[in-house]
Design a protein around this ligand. Structure first.
Ligand code: GLN
Length: 494
């Protein structure tokens, strides 16, 4: 039997083995999601009826003797910037408050074909801009370990849904850390695949050269399972990689003999929370005891990532968000007598976008403007190349690069009002996207902060297209940290 401590792989096994029906699984998770949502606010919409209909189809396939797929009966919580035919796709923005997508994102189509069930849409920082899931038009999301703290962001709702077992697996998007950072702050697994591995078709674009869809899950094997069902070339996304996807599940349990773990001293910064450094060091000690070799590597451009990212991402966002003008797409302000078209655009965008999104659009427009393009955007692209080269060099010495996913654990809601301070939280995750390589956050267990247990994740990065290998190494780390399997007390189930 399954319970709320089950991961998606166990749910899938139970459904396929007919010990539970998909409709029973959905009913179970939907009820828990409704109950917990009052406190955690992970979901914007719980799509009970649609989910039940999808579950009935899975059960019918099983009854008819058809293969229900590798994710049979697994309820999926979908970040609200991924297009689904069912429910709304709002990006947690007033701009898209009433938007219903006429199509499914490719990842959704593929997951459903694998037997998964879309059970709801999760809250996020508006248009995926933020690291706390406080900048959400429908109100903030709360960390299940301490509801006075943030869950991280921007995929905060998905991280909470996965961690507190409000779903089987969750989907997020990661442009500069939005899967890995909330996974670290909530204590679940968060995997950003190599750029181009998962089709972006149906993902509302933020920074198109950085965006990637990935899973947030309770186990590494669930991350591998979900990734395997979504990955691969898609004719509708010209940036999707047309290379064979290595099966991440086949050798997941094999430990890697001779594993070389690259440790940049830049990642153990004094600016990190002291206990974050301590628990990361403990992970290194365990890896070493398990036979891995720790290799010092040098990533001197680590700090420069923030300024590079916060030029490139807003530049791309300013172009991508231009379509939301109240005429072609998005919220339209009530017309006023004597309105010019420009006035209507300006008012619609002023009303539809929140302050952080407006800030990014202005920043992006500025760095792309004729007089400043070379000084900012052009230069950021050059630094991007250097960052990529720096990783390439480091990966000649090691299989994986490891460090904290976030310099600090979950902080108090409302406790970080300076946007620059918030941007600095992304110091260890943005360069992964800048270089286009895969990254994953694996829970290490908790540290005690002001009387509360707060989870910390280990961030692992691997060369482009080494996703299967990265998942294998993540599985090793997971096995070395059995204490990290403990769910948040209030949401504990066993
Ligand atoms: N926190 C980063 C930002 O605010 C990353 C967001 C993301 O990955 N979508 O832009």
């Amino acid at each position: 039997m399954i319970d709320f401590s089950s991961d998606a792989t166990a749910i899938r096994d139970a459904v396929r083995g007919r010990s539970v029906k998909a409709v029973e699984v959905v009913a179970m998770f939907v009820a828990r999601a409704h109950q917990a949502n009052a406190q955690l606010h992970a979901f914007h919409e719980i799509l009970e009826e649609d989910a039940m209909a999808q579950a009935q189809a899975v059960d019918a396939a099983i009854a008819a003797g058809r293969d229900p797929g590798p994710l049979a009966g697994v309820p999926v919580a979908v970040k609200d910037n991924i297009a689904t035919r069912v429910g709304h796709t709002t990006c947690s923005s007033k701009m898209l408050a009433n938007y219903r997508s006429p199509f499914d994102a490719t990842c959704i189509e593929r997951l459903q074909r694998a037997g998964a069930i879309v059970m709801g849409k999760t809250n996020m920082d508006e248009f995926a801009m933020g690291s706390s899931t406080e900048h959400c038009a429908w109100g903030p999301v709360h960390n299940p370990w301490d509801v006075s703290r943030v869950p991280g962001g921007s995929s905060g709702g998905s991280a909470v849904a996965a961690t507190a077992s409000l779903c089987g697996v969750a989907l997020g998007s990661d442009t500069g850390g939005s899967i890995r950072q909330p996974a670290s702050l909530c204590g679940c697994v968060g995997f950003k695949p190599t750029y181009g591995r998962v089709s972006r078709y149906g993902l509302v674009a933020f920074g198109s050269s950085l965006d990637q869809i990935g899973p947030l899950t309770r186990s590494v094997r669930d991350a591998a399972l979900t990734y395997a069902a979504m990955a691969g070339v898609d004719v509708r996304d010209s940036t999707s990689a047309n290379t064979v996807v290595e099966d991440p599940l086949g050798e997941l349990e094999h430990s890697m003999k001779g594993l070389r773990v690259g440790v940049p001293h830049q990642y153990a910064s004094q600016a990190n929370h002291e206990q974050v450094n301590t628990i990361v060091q403990r992970a290194f000690d365990r890896l070493k005891a398990a036979g891995a070799t720790m290799v010092p590597v040098d990533l001197p451009l680590t700090d420069v990532g923030i300024s590079t990212y916060y030029v490139i991402a807003p530049a791309e966002a300013s172009a991508n968000l231009a379509r939301f003008d109240g005429v072609r797409y998005g919220h339209r302000s009530a017309p006023r007598a004597g309105d010019t078209l420009d006035a209507l655009y300006a008012r619609s965008r002023g009303e539809g976008f929140g302050p952080e999104v407006q800030r990014r659009i202005m920043l992006g427009t500025y760095v792309l403007s004729a007089g400043y393009y070379d000084a900012y955007y052009g230069r950021a692209l050059k630094v991007r190349r250097l960052i990529k080269a720096e990783f390439d060099k480091a990966f000649t010495q090691c299989d994986v690069i490891a460090g904290a996913a976030s310099p600090i654990p979950a902080f108090r809601a409302g406790g970080m009002t300076d946007p620059l301070q918030m941007y600095l939280c992304d110091v260890y995750t943005v360069n992964t996207n800048i270089a286009g390589i895969p990254g994953i956050s694996v829970p290490l267990g908790c540290i005690g902060v002001e009387g509360t247990d707060l989870p910390v994740g280990l961030h692992l990065q691997a060369p482009a297209m080494a996703d299967a290998k990265l998942l294998r190494i993540a599985r090793m780390v997971e096995k070395l940290h059995p204490e990290a399997a403990r769910p948040p007390n209030k949401y504990a189930t066993h």
